[in-house]
Design a protein around this ligand. Structure first.
Ligand code: NAP
Length: 248
């Protein structure tokens, strides 16, 4: 039994991942966006909860420090994610496009700042099929739509995961599409329950079967977008993330 951090575990798939892992006997540290949500988790019986809005670099750094103080972790599940609504291009207090910051850059920064566990799981999405990493317009300044911002950010997160897998062969690192799951993000029309959505992330966190550097859906390896595997692109993206966060 180990110690496991699950980001975005106040709701949806992340909450289910945390519950299932706890049920398996692991010590789970949860993560909530703000103190009010953390208080609700604690009132419901959660153990340790770290707090941080991943749309803020300062809050993400503070969360990494709080989590590091509770570590070291055996596994970190990067599950937090955000689907932007229709509307104008959202920009954070750091001046960054919000979808990219929450879905990709924060996962980079947390991975860089929290001592490496023996496993990293990145909850991505099959939307990466239509994603594109454009280093000249990572933040969609030229053209922004919610769908492309989400797909591109999830593809960037996946490429970041695969870069870490290459750089840290002693760490088991994988990305996963959880399925089209009924949550606040996907709504009631989605066909599958969070139990299904949590299944492969939990399996990647605890089973000895998976290797490293792959993308999984339903416990099977799938290959959805060549860009995720492009090592030069991965390296360039990590460099860009390091510059944007001042964290090399
Ligand atoms: N549901 C699907 O069909 C589906 C499909 C493919 C991939 N995914 C991925 O699965 C993961 C979980 O999604 P879900 O469906 O469970 O969505 P959800 O119910 O909206 O949960 C997302 C989690 O991420 C947290 N989060 C979002 N923005 C945050 C921020 N700025 N700072 C801190 N935490 C933040 C949320 O916190 P709050 O509760 O405070 O909002 C929540 O705990 C996401 O990465 C998503 O992209 C989901």
């Amino acid at each position: 039994m180990g110690s496991i951090l699950v980001t975005g575990s106040s709701d949806g798939i992340g909450a289910k991942i945390a519950d299932v892992l706890e049920g398996l006997g692991h010590d789970v540290v949860r993560h909530a966006r703000d103190e009010a949500k953390a208080a609700r988790l604690r009132a419901a019986g959660a153990g340790e909860v770290v707090v941080g809005d991943l749309a803020s670099l300062a809050a993400t750094r503070a969360m990494a420090a709080a989590a590091s103080a509770l570590g070291p972790f055996d596994v970190i599940v990067h599950n937090a994610g955000w689907l932007p609504p229709e509307g104008p291009r959202p920009v954070t207090e750091d001046g960054l496009e919000r979808t990219f910051q929450v879905n990709a850059l924060s996962a980079y920064l947390l991975t860089a700042l929290i001592p490496l566990p023996s496993r990293l799981v990145y909850v991505s999405s099959d939307s990466i099929v239509r994603g594109r990493i454009d280093l000249d317009d990572l933040q969609h300044e030229a053209k922004w739509t919610p769908d492309s911002a989400y797909a591109d950010s999830k593809l960037a997160m996946t490429a970041i995961a695969f870069a870490f897998a290459r750089r840290h062969p002693d760490v088991r690192v994988n990305a996963v599409h959880p399925g089209w799951i009924r949550t606040k993000m996907s709504g009631h029309a989605a066909p599958l329950d969070v139990t299904v959505g949590a299944d492969t992330p939990v399996w990647l966190a605890v089973s000895d079967d998976p290797g490293t550097g792959d993308f999984y859906h339903n416990r099977q390896i799938v290959h959805l977008n060549d860009q995720a595997y492009d090592q030069d692109l991965q390296d360039a993206l990590l460099e860009r993330c390091a510059a944007l966060t001042s964290n090399g």
